[in-house]
Design a protein around this ligand. Structure first.
Ligand SMILES: CCC/C=C/C(=O)SCCNC(=O)CCNC(=O)[C@H](O)C(C)(C)COP(=O)([O-])OP(=O)([O-])OC[C@H]1O[C@@H](n2cnc3c(N)ncnc32)[C@H](O)[C@@H]1OP(=O)([O-])[O-]
Length: 724
């Protein structure tokens, strides 16, 4: 835990590491500082970590055992460090995050290695820096910079930390020696000016405006997440209150967050995201036994919206890329779009060494020639969703690419096995479902087919990591995990319109819940023609529909032709300036309610003898969210997702589910499965023609088993094979 090592007398070296039990670290720090204080032979103290890392902060799992009302004991030890009569120097190597940076702020001096980085990521865990960080940091670096760090949780490199005034010196090497040297140098000097609790926050003429603007900004971005707002309140306390009262306020706000439930959700997401990297499949393959193959050169086929984003992500990660299009004109348009995306990305990256270089021909090559793809280690096909076209491409790839190349298809719903069947190497074929815009969105669903080898899965997961994405391994079925769950959600949204809602009412309810975009704004953004094409392909509408099919029934299932009717009227969403909303012009973003649609809905209800009724927010939320969750249970039971954490990661990083609600399956666990089941039963009795509302057998089983905690759900799942 902590090595008390007077190896460089008279400087006392306290070395500590992150351990499972944070209280052990805190106790040992306390004892070490106290011992040094009373030992006349010790003139100064240096605190450092082990193995080149200061510390990543408190063990996140430990927060569940902190009782609201307790002042975190780390805070008392930091006070003790600051009060010490002997200079205490923090020697920061690697990282100092969260509580670790708060420890460093309690020290009288901070020395950091040039490669080190610091930050207060508590806000991302639903908390605030509760060990004095919100009171000391503004006193050290001023309110605007402290607000930026504390409300975003961002990390800063040593050079920036030096500029901000967080650290006093940067070392290229021997940080600990430098800290010892500094400790020796300052030993005996007065320390009051180095004690942050005694400093005043630097006053600014427009302080009130800075604080109120910060509050407005975080509230707007937070979508109901409390921690950023509480962080602003705590920093405000550092401006308005003396240190001890500010600390009291910090504790009060920390306790409020700790007991809010959001902290639990956000901490669950932290671990869920890491758990998703430890993939397993229902056939027993797993990350433990399969290793990723090195990928040096990637080819991307198709430079439409998805292809451009994928190429940009790859180049940003400094991978060598060949981008292929089918004709010169499309190649030129695509190349221009990629170049402009890369330039925009470069302008966001101030560090020269990190910038993607759009002009480096060694990194990015555009071609019409399929044979150039032969030496690619991995190919990502990103043409539009057309099975025949995809199969044709895969057949060609199978013949042209070197034997070791992995063949990926970017599809949001199509059957991976069927695509793989067009090749002579189905074990090297895998789905990589990127989300639009692909250079921004973090998620990639990695879909393994029946024959996909574990090495192929590991390689696709490795590639996702290399390009800064979160890969989640899922099984093969129509829509995989994300879009399969989205289908009943979007379907409910449209049924609610038929029954009496306006698009804005449905969107507002779901945006109030915390989604970035409600279902109708989302559909308008994605393009209504995408779903229309898919429904035509499935024979649900269009020329393949059997004559005489009732407008609102497909078999015995309720069907709404509303989205098809919109498309037939040329309303494809934002891109045509009309969809569920109207827009100032095609491509404009601000969605305005459209009187045409309002009248159209009235006529539609009249034509189908539907009596519009008032539908409250509770019903909107329950019908949309519980049917989505219900599908999630079915997906778990089918073995398409290997655990609820994977579903939650997919929904948070691919579909804008509010992170502070932990993802749909975590949310279900907080609501309680018996309530979800009861509501689904109620709604499915009222709408017997909507099969997706009928509770999944797995949900029923879990309720029957007494609503076990989420961690235990999968031990009760009965995996069958792919439902294709
Ligand atoms: C009043 C209280 C004041 C104190 C507040 C705080 O300090 S709040 C805390 C403020 N600190 C933070 O918020 C820092 C959070 N951590 C991070 O940001 C990153 O983990 C990293 C940058 C430290 C390393 O990134 P990387 O990509 O190199 O590695 P990786 O991310 O894959 O992690 C490796 C393994 O370590 C695990 N683990 C890591 N940290 C913690 C932790 N604090 N706790 C527990 N576990 C943690 C992680 O789960 C994983 O375990 P697995 O799956 O192998 O069983």
């Amino acid at each position: 835990v902590l090595n008390y090592a007077s190896v460089h007398p008279p400087v006392h070296l306290l070395r500590y590491t992150v351990v499972q039990d944070i209280s052990a670290v805190v106790r040992a720090l306390e004892q070490g500082v106290k011992k040094a204080d009373v030992d006349p032979a010790v003139k100064a103290v240096v605190i450092c970590g082990t193995n080149g890392t200061f510390s990543a902060g408190a063990d996140i799992r430990g927060f569940s055992s902190i009782q609201a009302g307790d002042r975190p004991s780390l805070a008392s030890v930091i006070d003790l460090i600051e009060r010490s009569e002997k200079p205490v120097v923090a020697a920061i190597e690697g990282m100092a995050l969260g509580g670790a940076l708060e420890v460093a702020l309690g020290c009288h001096y901070r020395v950091a290695h040039a490669q080190a980085w610091v930050g207060l990521p508590e806000v991302t865990l639903g908390l605030l820096p509760g060990a004095g960080g919100t009171q000391r940091l503004p006193r050290l670096i001023g309110v605007p910079a402290a607000l930026d760090l504390i409300t975003t949780g961002k990390h800063v490199l040593a050079a920036e930390a030096l500029k901000l005034g967080i650290i006093d010196e940067i070392m290229e090497e021997n940080t600990i020696d430098a800290a010892i040297h500094l400790a020796n140098k300052v030993s005996g000097q007065p320390l009051n000016s180095r004690r942050l609790s005694l400093k005043q926050v630097q006053s600014l003429p427009n302080m009130d405006a800075i604080l109120s603007e910060a509050l407005v900004k975080v509230k707007k971005q937070a979508r109901g997440c409390l921690s950023p707002e509480m962080c602003v309140q705590a920093v405000k306390a550092s401006v308005q209150l003396p240190f001890t009262e500010g600390i009291r306020k910090e504790r009060e706000l920390f306790n409020l967050l700790l007991s809010s439930g959001q902290a639990k959700a956000l901490q669950y997401v932290f671990f869920a995201q890491r758990a998703a990297q430890k993939w397993t499949t229902s056939s027993g393959a797993s990350w433990k036994t399969a290793s990723a193959q090195p990928i040096r050169k990637v080819a991307v086929i198709g430079l439409g919206t998805m292809g451009r984003g994928i190429v940009t992500s790859l180049v940003k990660a400094k991978m060598s890329v060949v981008a292929l299009e089918q004709d010169q004109k499309q190649l030129e348009v695509g190349a221009r779009a990629v170049t402009s995306l890369l330039e925009r990305e470069a302008s966001k990256m101030p560090w020269i060494g990190q910038r993607p270089d759009a002009c480096d021909p060694a990194l990015l090559q555009f071609t019409l020639d399929f044979s150039v793809l032969q030496d690619a280690d991995l190919v990502i096909e990103a043409v539009f969703e057309d099975m025949a076209l995809k199969k044709e491409i895969f057949h060609k790839l199978s013949a042209i690419c070197k034997p070791g190349s992995f063949l990926c298809t970017n599809t949001s719903a199509l059957d991976i096995d069927e695509i793989a069947s067009a090749t002579s190497r189905p074990h090297q074929v895998i789905g990589t479902h990127f989300f639009s815009p692909a250079h921004v969105m973090k998620l990639v669903e990695i879909i393994h087919g029946r024959h996909t080898s574990p090495i192929t899965i590991a390689t696709a997961m490795g590639l996702a990591k290399t390009i800064g994405k979160i890969g989640v391994v899922v099984g093969n079925c129509f829509g995989f995990v994300g879009n399969r769950m989205m289908a009943p959600y979007a379907e409910q949204a449209v049924f609610l319109l038929e029954e009496g809602c306006k698009p804005k009412e449905v969107d507002q309810a779901l945006e109030g819940f915390g989604f970035n975009l409600g279902p109708f704004r989302m559909l308008d953004l994605a393009g209504l023609d995408v779903g229309w094409r898919s429904r035509k392909g499935q024979g649900l509408t269009g020329p393949k529909l059997a004559p005489g099919t009732p407008a609102r029934l497909r078999g015995r299932r309720r069907y709404s032709p509303l989205p098809d009717l919109l498309c037939e009227n040329g309303r494809y969403g934002q891109k045509t300036g009309r969809g569920w909303y109207q827009y100032e012009k095609p491509g404009a973003r601000i969605a305005n309610p459209d009187p045409w649609l309002h009248n159209f809905l009235i006529r539609y209800r009249d034509a189908h003898h539907i009596k519009a009724r008032f539908i409250d927010e509770e019903e909107i939320l329950e019908r949309c969210l519980y049917t989505l969750i219900n599908e999630g249970f079915q997906i778990l039971d089918d073995g398409i997702a290997s655990d609820p954490e994977d579903i939650d990661v997919i929904y948070i990083y691919g579909y804008g589910w509010p992170k502070h609600r932990g993802g749909p399956m975590f949310y279900a666990s907080t609501i309680g499965l018996p309530r979800i089941l009861a509501k689904l039963q109620k709604y499915s009795e009222a709408h017997p023609d909507i099969p997706r509302m009928q509770p999944s057998a797995f949900l029923k089983k879990l309720v029957f088993l007494g609503n076990p905690p989420l961690k235990e759900w999968m031990s009760h799942a009965g995996h069958q094979s792919s439902k294709l």
